[in-house]
Design a protein around this ligand. Structure first.
Ligand code: PRX
Length: 672
């Protein structure tokens, strides 16, 4: 094992010379051997293991009898069914009861660094109760779906918690999604209630969220479904009698409505298997799927993984800078820290506003103890140089987390040294919207770190590498000493999603029937000689752009909605900061020819249909695409072309028109 002294002496080495193994940092709760034993125990009898954890992490109104029922083959997994609890009660009220009424529960920093709000557990209990009463007054009832399209202001997590309190399911749509994408999600969930805000603020700019909601209402059957649009005001002025936006029928000024409510509300006692929330995510085909997470299992898993992966202690200020519109924001901004009675940090702005020292400045000013972001942000900030993190005292930080894609060793090294001053653990947390929380990660003080590896499975997670062809566990190492294949999990865990809303068949065929008896992640991965897990990337047509999950099919369907596009093929290409960027090949309809304005129109079409984050970096218009004689587009070839791997194109003789390949190579070279 490389000692810390070796790491010190290796400063300034080239990327390929970065040490492979770093000793655990910080005070260890247990040894690596203890972890291995405890992990083996946790997967030996998952029911017994999670039963014990559920009793220690959560307060139950009615205890459960059996922890786990059902299995992957039948797709009827249930955790703690029959037990009753309320997630908001567990995240807020019980801490108020247990002497934490005056402890700060949430610290918010707005777009401007001096725009700060702090809310105690008691403040949260009162405000969330008022919000729950306001939602009730608008007709929201247990089991309803409330769509939330909001900026990162404290009212966002509080609205989510208010839904949980009254047993309504929140369906948060990331505020970067377009009106079309929002409309699609409102319609798919038949969500009668929308909560939004008039404005969002990011990097000094205002975003007209209310305008986007109004545009969504004009689409599909939205207006028929919606009964109420509750609008928070980003700069609420109690004395103003008119709303600072164009009010539509069904619009409600949320701040006024909430201010008129009683600050107490009795939580609904929910069955552990009742739905807690829906979250739409991209798949390889079709429209985004609404994954359903349930009450007891999700809450336990959020609390458990926050505590263990980040070594969370009482008094910690936990900062996850993800947006609540993604699963990372759900589990690690809203639920994880609060369920543990710690303090959560909510951030509205960007890492580079007003300058690229923003994160580190916040760490110093607020004395953040755990900081959690994505490799794409780290790579971006790394480019601006070491002097930004060097300016700040970040000695409060114990753990630095990364999530969303494999972190390249250079970025890992920069995070470790320039940000963490070689004194913090980097936790590389691998997980998905579907898993609810981390499933493969190192533990601070326990697991040695290898830059780029998410190391070992979390407790209760039985990972396996399967041969993609046979579906059997890989037992033989390849010439590099790696056991390589696709990553799967052998048995259920409490945080896993239970179904896709209204389409259980899709849930089964995407996750549980690909390899019978296993949960299939959709990622390829390998175990190295030491058993460390390395994620290679998606094996399906899902792209990961700046940590945002985008289905190629969604972008293709946006592109073909243009009259000039007969067919479209979208592939990922490596990008220095975003990890992956989108390259689109569009085959033009007869009578249309390529022009700058057409390419612009196509870009804006993707923005309109999905959102700015899904815009292709490269659009290559062509008269033909590499297709087999049966008409199937060979995306594999397109991928090689954009990745400049043309020497390994493989056999192109099966193409209907092999000459198109050279044409596309030349064209892409010009565009890149
Ligand atoms: O490919 C994996 C990648 O992100 C995918 C899940 O995306 P999403 O559901 O949007 O959730 C992102 C945040 C949890 C995975 O299938 N991924 C996530 N974390 C890592 C990762 N790849 C490598 N290392 C990670 N730590």
């Amino acid at each position: 094992m490389t000692s810390l002294n070796d790491q010190e002496s290796s400063k300034g080495l080239a990327a390929h010379e970065i040490p492979k193994l770093f000793d655990p940092i910080g005070k260890a709760s247990i040894s690596l051997e203890d972890y291995k034993q405890a992990h083996a125990e946790s997967i030996r009898d998952p029911s017994a293991y999670w039963s014990q954890q559920a009793k220690s992490y959560l307060d139950w109104y009615v205890p459960f009898d059996q922890a786990l029922t059902g299995d992957f083959s039948a797709g009827d997994i249930a955790w703690f069914a029959g037990g009753k609890l309320n997630v908001c009660y567990n995240a807020i009220d019980r801490h108020v009861r247990n002497g934490k009424a005056d402890q700060v529960a949430l610290v918010w920093e707005g777009d401007e660094p001096d725009d700060i709000r702090r809310l105690t557990y008691l403040d949260m209990q009162r405000k969330i109760s008022q919000i729950a009463n306001a939602l009730h007054a608008q007709g929201v009832r247990r089991g309803d779906v409330v769509t939330i399209y909001m900026p990162m202001i404290p009212e966002l997590p509080m609205t989510m918690l208010a839904c949980a309190r009254m047993g309504a399911m929140h369906s948060v749509v990331f505020a970067g999604f377009s009106s079309e994408a929002l409309a699609q999600r409102i319609s798919a969930a038949r969500s009668a209630f929308v909560v939004t805000a008039d404005l969002g603020k990011r990097g000094g700019k205002s975003i007209d969220l209310k305008g986007i909601v109004d545009a969504a209402r004009a689409k599909i059957d939205c207006e028929d479904i919606i009964t109420s649009v509750m609008v928070w005001e980003r700069f609420f002025d109690q004395d103003s009698e008119t709303a600072p936006y164009d009010m539509q029928p069904k619009d409600v000024r949320m701040d006024l409505l909430v201010a008129g409510q009683r600050p107490c509300h009795v939580p609904e006692w929910m069955d552990a298997e009742d739905g807690l929330f829906l979250l739409y995510t991209s798949g390889s085909t079709g429209t985004p799927k609404g994954l359903l997470h349930t009450t007891g299992g999700y809450a336990l898993y959020a609390a458990f993984t926050t505590k263990n992966s980040f070594a969370l202690e009482d008094g910690d200020l936990f900062a996850c800078v993800a947006d609540c519109g993604w699963i990372t924001g759900h589990t690690y901004v809203v639920y994880g820290a609060l369920l543990n009675g710690a303090t959560t940090f909510v951030f509205e702005s960007t890492p580079v506003y007003p300058d690229p020292g923003r994160y580190w400045d916040m760490v110093e000013r607020h004395k953040i103890t755990q900081f959690y972001t994505a490799p794409t942000a780290i790579r971006l900030l790394m480019r601006y140089g070491d002097h930004h993190p060097a300016k700040y005292d970040m000695s409060s930080v114990k753990v630095l987390g990364t999530v969303g894609e494999p972190i390249n060793p250079e970025a890992w090294r920069w995070y470790f040294e320039a940000v963490g001053k070689s004194k913090c653990t980097i936790v590389d947390t691998y997980w998905q919207t579907e898993t609810g929380g981390h499933i493969v990660t190192n533990f601070p003080g326990v697991t040695p770190m290898k830059p780029g590896s998410c190391t070992f499975p979390s407790y209760g997670i039985d990972t396996v590498i399967l041969d993609p062809m046979s579906g059997e566990p890989v037992t033989e190492a390849n010439e590099k000493g790696h056991k390589e294949g696709v990553l799967a999990v052998r048995q259920p865990w409490p945080g896993m999603a239970r179904t896709c809303l209204g389409d259980h068949h899709r849930f089964m065929t995407t996750y549980l029937k690909v390899y019978e008896g296993y949960y299939f992640t959709g990622d390829s991965a390998y175990l190295d000689q030491d058993g460390f897990h390395w994620i290679v990337g998606r094996v399906d047509d899902v792209l990961n752009v700046s940590g945002h999950r985008i289905g190629t099919a969604e972008v293709e369907s946006a592109l073909v909605s243009h009259a000039a596009v007969a067919q479209a093929a979208v592939v990922g290409q490596p990008h220095e900061i975003k990890g992956q960027s989108i390259a689109a090949f569009v085959m033009l309809t007869d009578g249309f020819s390529e022009s700058e304005s057409l390419i612009k129109e196509l870009r804006s079409l993707v923005r309109q249909e999905i959102g700015g984050f899904a815009q292709p970096d490269l659009i290559c218009a062509t008269q033909s695409l590499p297709m087999t004689r049966s008409g199937k587009i060979m995306r594999r070839i397109l991928r090689k072309i954009v990745c400049n791997e043309v020497e390994s194109l493989g056999d192109t003789s099966t193409l209907a028109d092999p000459s198109i390949v050279d044409e596309l190579i030349a064209k892409v070279a010009e565009l890149q």
